[in-house]
Design a protein around this ligand. Sequence first.
Ligand code: S3P
Length: 471
Amino acid sequence: MSQTSPFDRPKTESADLVVEGGRSPHPAAARSVTVPGDKSVSHRALLAALLPGAPSRLTVRNANLGGAVRALLPALRALGYRITADPDSLVVERGGPVVPQERRPHPDITHWPDDVPYLETGGSSAAARLLIGVLAGLGLPAVVDGDEVLRHRPMSWLIEPLAQLGADIVHLGEPGLLPVLVRGPVHRPGTVELTVGSAQARSGVLLAAVAAGLPATLRHPVRSRDHTERMLAAFGADLTEAAGEVRYGGGPVTVPPVIDVPADPSLAAFPAAAQLLAGDGELTVPDVCLNPTRLGFFDVLRRAGADIRYRDRRTGSSGEPVGTIVVRGGTGGVKEVRVDDPATLHALIDEVPLLAVVAATLPGRSWIGCAEELRFKETDRLATTAGMATAFGARIETADDGLLVTGGAPLTAGRVPSYEDHRIAMAAATLATSLPGRTTVCGGACHRTSFPDFAAVQRAVGATITEVIQR
Ligand code: S3P
């Protein structure tokens, strides 16, 4: 499977982030910060508006409003849904005007199917994969496409199992890649084997089955984030889970008129890491999704000796556990970290760059393994994490399926790349906060993909971060 080399990507387009690090943070009093809504739950909640059984007006409260979630909105408008946004929620209504999207030119495609909607989801793989699943369930013909980066990311993980359930989906350009034309629905009940741990692939197939009311069993190699399962169960879907599989028995779901999105644990990880690296004081992050399939970053560091606790646990809407994360600053006594099973890796899949830079500050040799799917993210994240961390002086080696970080090398501020990858940019800026001197994270403003308020939230934990447009 091809993946754009992180080092051949188009020239940086986002502004830089400039971090003045190593200043004594605010006095070590207890602090509290809030982070935006969860990106994965937001995508699923918005797409719930398309399911049979959805109300004509669905309000998604506390939705993540970063670029990745916004990327889904033009596609929904092109399907005739009206979307209104306020600072706190997104409202999706059936029966709005159809607002067609402009087709992105493709070198191999001169004749696009022009009798079906063209739906482009920018750079968001979750938006594209989950949307394809819902369309294949509803039997709604459409072309699904993405930006130049997304056009290089694997879609066969999803399209092949959908085809086994009878969906008719064709690749219009290169095999296995976007754009695809969804022509016909899933209609053959059965069992499919998913070959990758990707939650997007499993969720796309499950959404297709539920949208079609088609009984299906999905066998999966690892139980990655389970927001789709929890949400569908909360909607009354006939779902049962056993080791290595999830089974949908057919039958309807009822989508409530309001879905609340808990705060994103992958975003909470940044102020938490800044607090750990700051050395003292206590930070609380309230109302965070405490779904165990998302807490790998915190759990791995806890096991290594970090003082991180979960408090005020309760069940939020969509079946998600919610609570407060409490972090006491300081890594004294924290040992090297080790990730060597797929479930743990998937529980921190988006935090690998951040865990790697934290590991670079710890003694010993840390290993983050079972991470081969990281090569197919917005960038090849094993390569880009290593490239970014090396620019600080970290000792980090890539393996086919992971990263080996040898702690204790002197780390210094300077000019570091983001590769226009939001997770790399934010990991770099978080490490830079703890290092004396000025760090420029080139193109670091791409953090807007998932965490528009990143700089403001990190400032609240003592960081000095500014965005610089002129370079
Ligand atoms: C996501 C799943 C993960 C994660 C991504 C969001 C989701 O991707 O990296 O940020 O919403 O299901 P994969 O499913 O490709 O592992």
